[in-house]
Design a protein around this ligand. Structure first.
Ligand SMILES: *Cc1c(COP(=O)(O)O)cnc(C)c1O
Length: 372
């Protein structure tokens, strides 16, 4: 194989229990497995978590939820990323739990449910200041829609935080305050929901306890990462470990004299006689093009610098200071070996992006293997 990821389901399970213990008894943990579980394989991750007793999972889309249903996952599936008009039928058909984003959404789902004579549970998302999906309607309008929807059932009220890892702003406190103003007003209008939720990874990891409420929605931390903080956060509460290692095979090893150019646009020139490995992964596999002349890969426990541009299918690395390496040997693009690690956060920082995008960007021609 040219390039593959090795995924530890056991590590994801450990991460789940770490989060669960951190938030404590009485708070449900709803793992977020959208984007194919951040590229860890949604069906595998779902099945693994269901075995641990997880009863509710979150995804972004009806398509993702449907795939899980068809694979036999019978946990509640909360669809957080919006429902298209053409997807309403599938919500009912597959027993999904949509997050609705307007009174209009509630009326439309009710009408479809009445027509099909099928009930459904739903959550309503309030835009408390993220400024994306979520309703900004007057509470009276939300309450009227919820109260007149007698076939479908309101299960949760939620919001999403824009900057929970940022301690230079008061945006999170402002959002929490606005959300509870809406919750209390809705309650006074006769709207009660069993679940309230606001927190994804960063609000858990940085101890934004006022946002934990009855349920938390961790994604990134389940896969071992937390966003770096801004400003001065309180002590980080969550220490989960990466569950994914990304490897690629060496295709060729070459000896270059000093002074020769390497790769597209001659962006690298050897400064000494150099042993170079050509590795079978490139930006088409999701290794960021921005890592040209910047990235490092692990070769037998030693960090080997990327030389020159990252190509579509290939990487060139300087292995002069590494032990012998031969065609067919595996190197680690993302992972840990002999106590040395290159993780998604480091790669993201070098590439000027976020760890989420590195994990989600691993390409579809990269094979996936479960190691436990
Ligand atoms: C993706 C997502 C999450 C999970 O976020 P992480 O930062 O990965 O923990 C939670 N809630 C909503 C609404 C999301 O879209």
């Amino acid at each position: 194989m040219r390039s593959w990821v090795e995924i530890s389901r056991e590590q994801i399970v450990q991460n789940y229990w770490t989060i669960k213990q951190r938030v404590g008894a009485g708070i449900e943990v709803m793992p977020v497995i959208k984007a194919d579980a951040y590229n860890h394989g949604a069906v595998q991750v779902a099945a693994t978590l269901v075995k641990e007793g997880v009863g509710r999972l979150a995804v972004a889309s009806v398509e993702e939820a449907t795939e899980l249903r068809l694979a036999g996952i019978d946990a509640a599936l909360v669809v957080m990323g919006g429902v298209l008009p053409c997807e309403r039928e599938a919500i009912l058909e597959y027993g999904l739990t949509p997050v609705l984003h307007s009174p209009e959404d509630v009326r439309n789902l009710e009408a479809a449910a009445v027509k099909r004579r099928i009930t459904a549970r739903y959550h309503v998302k309030v835009d408390s200041g993220l400024g994306r999906l979520g309703t900004r309607a007057a509470c009276a309008d939300i309450a009227a829609a919820v109260r007149s929807a007698g076939t479908i059932m309101l299960e949760g009220l939620m919001t999403h935080l824009a900057s929970a890892e940022d301690f230079t702003l008061s945006q999170t406190e402002d959002q929490i305050r606005r959300f509870f103003t809406v919750v209390h007003e809705l309650r006074s209008l006769g709207v009660h929901a069993p679940l309230f939720h606001l927190s994804s990874t960063n609000a858990i990891a940085y101890g934004r306890r006022a946002a934990w409420q009855t349920l938390v929605r961790p994604g990134l931390s389940l896969y071992g990462y937390v966003s770096p903080p801004r400003g001065t956060p309180p002590e980080r509460l969550l220490q989960t470990q990466p569950a994914l290692t990304w490897k690629a095979s060496v295709l060729a090893v070459k000896h270059l004299p000093g002074g020769v150019l390497v790769g597209y646009n001659g962006r690298y020139r050897t400064s000494r006689p150099t042993r170079m490995a050509v590795v079978a992964a490139g930006y088409a596999d999701g290794y960021p093009h921005q890592l040209g002349n910047k990235g490092k890969v692990l070769v037998k426990g030693i960090l080997a610098p990327v030389m020159g541009a990252v190509s579509m299918d290939l990487l060139t690395v300087d292995v002069t200071d590494c032990p012998e390496v031969a065609p067919g040997d595996a190197v680690i693009l993302l992972g840990r070996e002999r106590g040395v690690s290159v993780d998604a956060q480091e790669i993201a920082s070098l590439a000027g992006t976020i760890s989420y995008a590195i994990l989600c960007g691993i390409g579809k021609r990269v094979h996936r293997r479960y190691v436990d």
